[in-house]
Design a protein around this ligand. Structure first.
Ligand code: HEC
Length: 277
C-alpha cells in the first residue's frame, strides 16, 4: 500500500468510527421521510424564538394532556435561548398547575417557577389505563432519542453539513403521516391508528388537525404541517437547550485555531529564515 493510500484508509476508518450508533429508528417499511428545513440546522443554526413559543403552545394545549416533560422547569421557558416568555407570564401559568406534595396538609400546592413540568398522570399505571395500555413517552429528550433509519450510516453530504436533525425529522414525519384507514390487508390493533411514515399502527391517535390551536396574530398558517413543525422545534429545544451556545463556541474555536495556525506558520518562517535547508 502506498503511503497516500494508508493515510486515506486511516482517515476513512476514523470517520467510520466517529459515526454515532443509530438510536431507535423508523422501520424501513414506512415511506421515505420528507426532510424539513430547520432553523437550528447546520453550523450557524439557531432557534427561532417565535417558533418555540408557538411550539410550546401546541405542547401545552395538546400534547401535555398525555406527555410529560420532567426535565423542564417552568423557569427554563423564560431563559435566554429558549422560548423566552416574560417571567410574569410563566409565573402566572405555573400557578395554574398543581404539584402533588404529601408533606402538605392539602396534599398539593400551586407550581412555582422552580418546579418541573408536572406529569399529566400520577402513575405509569394510570397513564397506561387512559391510553389503552400504551405509555406516552416523556418529551424531555425524545427528539434526541429518535432518528431516521435511512440516514445511518450518514453519507458524506450529511457529515459535511453536520446533519443532526434526524430526531426532528422523525417526529415531524410521524405527526403528518396519519391515515384514516390502514392499507388493504394490513392489520392494526384496536387502540391503534395507521401511520404511513412508520409503516405500522401506533397507539397514539393523530393528535393534530387543521385549526386545532389558535395562534396569536402574525398570519402563521393553522395547518397540521405548521403545528407539527412548531411543536417539533420546541421538542428539539427541550432535548438540546444549549445548542446555540455550543455551536457558537465551536465556531469561535475554529476561528481562533485558524488565526493561531497562520501565526505559527509565520513564526516558523521567521525562526528558520537564516538556516539553510
Ligand atoms: C391522547 C394522548 C396523547 C396525546 C394528546 C399525544 N400523544 Fe403522543 N403518544 C401517546 C401514546 C399513548 C404514545 C405511545 C404510542 C405507542 O407506544 O404505540 C405516544 C407516542 C408519541 C411519540 C413517540 C412515537 C415513537 O416513536 O415511539 C411522539 C414523538 C409523540 N407521541 C408526539 C406527540 C406530540 C408532538 C403530541 C402533541 C401534538 C402528542 N404526542 C400528543 C399519546 C398521546
Amino acid at each position: 500500500m502506498s503511503k497516500m493510500k494508508k493515510i486515506f484508509s486511516a482517515l476513512a476508518l476514523s470517520v467510520l468510527l466517529a459515526i454515532p450508533a443509530p438510536t431507535l429508528a423508523a422501520p424501513a417499511s414506512g415511506k421515505a421521510p420528507e426532510l424539513q428545513k430547520w432553523s437550528f440546522a447546520g453550523i450557524f443554526g439557531t432557534y427561532d424564538t417565535n417558533q418555540l413559543q408557538r411550539g410550546f403552545q401546541i405542547f401545552q394545549e395538546v400534547c401535555s394532556t398525555c406527555h410529560g416533560a420532567s426535565l423542564i422547569a417552568f423557569r427554563n421557558l423564560t431563559e435566554a435561548g429558549g422560548p423566552e416568555f416574560p417571567e410574569s407570564q410563566i409565573k402566572q401559568l405555573a400557578s395554574e398547575y398543581y404539584i402533588i406534595d404529601p408533606e402538605l396538609e392539602e396534599g398539593e400546592r400551586p407550581a412555582i417557577l422552580a418546579d418541573q413540568w408536572p406529569n399529566p398522570f400520577a402513575t405509569e399505571r394510570e397513564a397506561r389505563e387512559v391510553n389503552g395500555g400504551a405509555l406516552p413517552p416523556d418529551f424531555s429528550v425524545l427528539a434526541k432519542a429518535r432518528n431516521l433509519a435511512k440516514k445511518f450510516p450518514m453519507n458524506f453530504y450529511d457529515m459535511a453539513t453536520a446533519y443532526q436533525e434526524g430526531g426532528a425529522d422523525f417526529i415531524y414525519n410521524l405527526l403528518v403521516n396519519y391515515e384514516d384507514e390502514p392499507p388493504h390487508g394490513v392489520e392494526i390493533a384496536d387502540n391503534q391508528q395507521y401511520n404511513s411514515f412508520l409503516g405500522r399502527g401506533i397507539a397514539m391517535m393523530s393528535p393534530l388537525m387543521e385549526e386545532l390551536v389558535e395562534y396569536d396574530g402574525d398570519g402563521v398558517p393553522l395547518t397540521v404541517e405548521q403545528y407539527a413543525k412548531d411543536v417539533t422545534a420546541f421538542m428539539y429545544w427541550m432535548a438540546d437547550p444549549h445548542l446555540v451556545s455550543r455551536k457558537t463556541i465551536g465556531l469561535n474555536v475554529l476561528i481562533f485555531l485558524s488565526v493561531f495556525a497562520l501565526l505559527m506558520y509565520l513564526v516558523k518562517r521567521r525562526i528558520w529564515a537564516g538556516v539553510k535547508h
